[in-house]
Design a protein around this ligand. Structure first.
Ligand code: THU
Length: 130
């Protein structure tokens, strides 16, 4: 199964009763393994989590910290763009050339990179610890 199929499939499990906006994410770790996540909303709204965050958490729980590609899928007219917080989360595990593919259910795609979405990202190097 490729990343797009994996993202579309996990999107169906999204828990989005408040926004009604289901999102699926599938990432490929540097090893080649695929990890998936969906958005999980909460009645206490700020406690909800994004699909990308779920996929990243699954990757780390699976023992991997290197990210090479991610696909994010949602319904809508235009491909969904990772939120600012998720861009920062991606920057923790991916380099600027991390490939980010956004797709709609009907097949529209936008391919970009983390560097394009988060120029000047803050990272460990900014603290002098990397
Ligand atoms: N959402 C994601 O899961 N990923 C994104 O990149 C953008 C937004 C979710 C959060 C919330 O559950 C719903 O979409 C509406 O914002």
């Amino acid at each position: 199964m490729d990343l797009l199929d994996a993202a579309r499939q996990v999107r169906e499990n999204a828990h989005a009763p408040y926004s009604g906006f289901k999102v699926g994410a599938a990432l490929r770790a540097e090893s080649g393994r695929i990890f998936v996540g969906c958005n999980v909303e909460n009645a206490a709204y700020p406690e909800g989590t994004c699909a990308e965050a779920g996929a990243i958490a699954a990757m780390v729980a699976g023992g991997e910290t290197g990210l090479s590609e991610i696909v994010v899928v949602a319904a809508g007219e235009v491909p969904v763009s990772p939120c600012g917080g998720c861009r920062q989360k991606l920057a923790e595990f991916g380099t600027g050339d991390l490939r980010i593919i956004m797709a709609t259910l009907d097949g529209k795609r936008r391919d970009t990179t983390l560097a394009a979405l988060l120029p000047g990202a803050f990272g460990a190097a900014d603290m002098g610890t990397a």
